[in-house]
Write a protein that binds this ligand. Structure first.
Ligand SMILES: Cc1cc2nc3c(=O)[nH]c(=O)nc-3n(C[C@H](O)[C@H](O)[C@H](O)COP(=O)(O)O)c2cc1C
Length: 376
């Protein structure tokens, strides 16, 4: 049996493809996948790291953690139990995780629901509606985060005002830094190959009325914002006990788990990372959580404005490509190659690409980096 025909390899490759739906800072999608006989390897794509805003790669690794969690959700929905080894090779810090399929398992309704949320989850930068996310929903989101070993601290009214001051300070500092502005301008608005970056359709056309200012993208998009004010929003700090790559990866998994739970419950999530990027404002957030851990991200939680249309998915997806026989798929892939398909550059040492199967089942395929299937 060839690699591409092996059901485990095919399942891993499909999981990597589903992980393309994961959220990432500025939609950089800073991950690459390789499927080998040993499992599914997740690599940091350093060429998509925000060198100015994220010199340590914290947000990059959190983003990769969301993709890792999405891949696990996809495997569970296909009836696979899986094991994760974080940072399996000390000699290669860019190899962030290895997933191995541990065998077949029953598909639960929860697993199916979670996978459906993968496909509808998105970032909504409009003000939230006047209907707050209920206490039960916020508690359920917290449970999903805790199940991944992290914590969510809900801010009090005074702490929200402190956050608002920190967010405007962080934005001001970034806006005054020319290198930061140049980096932001590269990823925001317009069109990029591979569907990376934040499109104009996801950026508000005018500054939304909010207590805590959202990130200033220094560019007006086309997303219409209503006249509402997000005074009913709740804000929470996602935090954990360490500040190393393994902790950031875990934070991404928890972010994904919490966000998918929120999506199921009709709660919108907007991450705030500028306050994490600036050491001074991150320190403020540490104070907010009484220095009991390290803040990774701030999340705004609320319900969407029912009177105006939300943003479309980020990025634009391609129409589905019908599945074909593995042999035909392989031959087409050999002719076309992965990078030619719109995915950003591949790993330099990549081996022969044997394409993974597309089982579209009516799902929309995306312009996102494709996993590689390589001989071990
Ligand atoms: C680690 C991380 C940090 C983020 N920071 C921000 C932020 O500061 N402001 C913002 O508007 N969106 C932020 N986002 C949301 C991303 O921009 C969004 O996930 C990405 O554009 C993909 O869009 P989607 O979530 O609709 O699929 C962040 C997401 C992640 C994972």
């Amino acid at each position: 049996m060839s690699d591409a025909e092996d059901p485990t390899t095919a399942a891993l490759a499909e999981a990597a493809e589903a992980a393309g739906y994961a959220p990432s800072v500025h939609n950089t999608q800073p991950w690459r996948w390789r499927v080998t006989r040993a499992g599914l390897d997740l690599y940091a794509a350093r060429d998509r790291q925000l060198r100015m805003a994220d010199p340590d790669g914290r947000l990059l690794t959190i983003s990769c953690g969301t993709a890792l969690h999405h891949a696990l959700v996809a495997l569970a929905a296909e009836g696979w139990s899986a094991a994760v080894t974080p940072l399996p090779d000390p000699a290669d810090p860019d190899l962030l995780a290895r997933i191995t399929a541990a065998g077949r398992t029953a598909v639960t309704p929860d697993a199916m629901r979670r996978f459906q949320s993968v496909r509808v989850r998105h970032t909504d930068r409009r003000p939230v509606s006047d209907t707050p996310a209920g206490e039960d929903a916020i508690e359920a989101i917290g449970r999903a985060v805790r199940a991944e070993g992290l914590e969510l601290h809900l801010l009090t009214r005074d702490q929200i005002l402190e956050l608002a001051a920190a967010a405007s300070h962080a934005d001001k500092v970034e806006a005054e830094d020319e290198d930061q502005r140049t980096e932001l301008a590269y990823w925001i608005g317009g069109d990029r190959p591979g569907g990376t970056g934040i499109p104009d359709t996801a950026i508000p056309s005018e500054a939304p009325r909010t207590t805590v200012p959202g990130r200033d993208f220094v560019r007006a998009g086309t997303l219409t914002v209503g006249a509402g004010h997000d005074r009913a929003a709740a804000y929470a700090v996602l935090y954990g006990q360490g500040d190393e790559p393994a902790d950031w990866l875990r934070a991404g998994q928890a972010l994904s788990a919490g966000w998918l739970a929120a999506t199921e419950l009709g709660v919108t999530v907007l991450p705030f990372s500028s306050v994490i990027e600036l050491p001074a404002t991150r320190q403020t957030l540490r104070g907010v959580i009484s220095n009991i851990g390290y803040p990774y991200l701030v999340l705004r939680l609320g319900t969407a404005d029912p009177d105006s249309a939300g943003p479309p998915h980020t990025p634009a997806y391609r129409p589905p490509r019908p599945s074909s026989s593995p042999a035909a798929e392989r031959s087409r892939t050999r002719k076309r190659g992965w990078a030619a398909d719109g995915g950003p550059a591949t790993l330099p040492e990549e081996g022969q690409i044997i394409q993974r199967f597309f089982r579209t089942k009516g799902r929309r395929a995306q312009r996102r980096p494709r996993p590689q299937v390589c001989p071990a």
